[in-house]
Design a protein. Structure first.
Length: 158
């Protein structure tokens, strides 16, 4: 290939790569994800234990969803209802640290959640270290045993 043509092809390829990277940074969500405020959310109907659900979310560049605002909480309930036509119990990213009753988010964000159901978290029967929403289909967030299999919601920042 002639040197001038090689330079042209290299410049063209570099320009395309730059354009591809710019479109990746425009704040849009990947296909299948739903944008709310500054984050993207993905409801997963398949059921997994909490740790497997978190692992699944990290493999697709997210974490189990943290809840930062009451608007986000309402959005998540609506997202689940739209997909299932019910208020299905799902895992969120909250978990009880080894220091009992100190809750954290799996994405590392600050835990300022105050939407627990009445009397929750209560660690009923011991070993309830993971956060679920929609307990028994109600507008309710609860601590639950992490080895139960539930659908889940992943979140990411684009």
């Amino acid at each position: 290939m002639a040197p001038a043509l090689r330079v042209f092809v290299l410049c063209l390829a570099s320009g395309l790569m730059i354009l591809a990277n710019v479109s990746d940074c425009d704040g849009s969500c990947p296909s299948g994800w739903t944008k709310f405020d500054t984050r993207c959310f993905l409801f997963q109907l398949d059921e997994k234990e909490w740790s497997d659900a978190e692992r699944h979310c990290t493999l697709i560049d997210g974490n189990l969803a943290s809840v930062q605002t009451s608007g986000e909480y309402t959005f998540l309930r609506d997202l689940i209802h739209k997909a299932t036509h019910t208020h299905k119990e799902v895992w969120l990213g909250g978990y009880d640290s080894p220091k009992n009753n100190v809750w954290l988010w799996s994405d590392g964000s600050q835990f300022e959640f105050n939407g627990w159901g009445k009397g929750e978290p209560n660690n009923y029967g011991g070993g309830e270290g993971c956060m679920e929403m929609n307990l028994r289909g109600r507008d309710y967030v609860n601590d639950s045993k992490c080895n139960k299999k539930k659908s889940f919601v992943c979140a990411m920042t684009p």
